[in-house]
Write a protein that binds this ligand. Structure first.
Ligand code: PMT
Length: 218
């Protein structure tokens, strides 16, 4: 039933971590492997969608038949996603975007000094929220990683950022979330209702995410 059911859709997926450089050789990042986002991109491609994958630095090969745009920082991710989102039917933000970047990025490697150092960080723009502010009839899906009060926090995020739904996952469950081949997610809607999905492969999570998007579009 799913074969080519996304033909004619333009889908944008963000994946992987961002890197926020402090100087030319040091950065702040996180353990995102890109697996979740690449699974969404490949599943959408196999169902006939035109797919743009905006990807942070990961160890995965760029998927065949997908337009892959490599980025490093959150600001680069923002520019690439906003550009690709024009005229898109669905944007899925799986990227683990750093919330902060260095207030001033040093152009030269900073020498080691004796004692503590202080780094000034400044907030990055929230790309999901920006997309939500100019939503039109584009579908918008986010992910969220929470250690506690997950459903309430994710529902508040979905409502605040004007996302159609958020898939909540957990950093502490072995083999899921960052780096794993599986994921254990709860679909959370802005009205606070939610459905917990049993642990399954990231590809199957991608499949169900796209099924839900299709249902919302019909
Ligand atoms: O890459 P893998 O190893 O497969 O791991 C997948 C994953 C765990 C990274 C993924 O499933 C996931 O949870 N991604 C979102 C992680 C995250 O940044 O959550 P958050 O609660 O901080 O952000 C909520 C949403 O806002 C996310 O859709 C995020 O992409 C988006 N966001 C966040 C910050 C920001 N400045 N701009 C954003 O658009």
């Amino acid at each position: 039933a799913r074969a080519q059911d996304l033909a004619g859709w333009r889908v944008v997926v963000s994946a992987g971590p961002t890197r926020e450089y402090l100087d030319p050789v040091r950065f702040i990042s996180n353990p995102s492997s890109g697996k979740m986002g690449y699974a969404v991109a490949e599943e959408a491609r196999d169902r006939g969608a035109d797919v743009t994958l905006v990807s942070g630095p990961v160890q995965l090969p760029p998927p065949a038949g997908v337009r892959t745009v490599p980025i490093e920082s959150a600001l680069e991710l923002r520019a690439a996603v906003l550009e690709a989102a024009r005229g898109a039917d669905l944007v899925v933000m799986t990227a683990a975007v750093a919330d902060y970047r260095a207030a001033e990025q040093a152009q030269e490697k900073q020498a080691k000094v004796a004692g503590d150092v202080t780094v000034h960080l400044t907030p990055n723009p929230d790309i999901l929220a920006e997309l939500g502010r100019e939503k039109g009839d584009r579908l918008l899906v986010g992910f969220a990683m929470e250690t506690h009060a997950g459903v309430e926090r994710a529902a508040a995020k979905a409502a605040r950022k004007n996302a159609d739904f958020i898939l909540l996952n957990y950093p502490t469950r072995q083999g899921t979330g960052f780096g794993g081949d599986d994921n254990e997610v709860t679909l959370v809607r802005p009205d606070g209702t939610s459905d917990a999905w049993a642990r399954t492969s990231k590809r199957e999570v991608a499949r169900r995410l796209l099924d839900e998007a299709r249902r919302l579009r019909d």
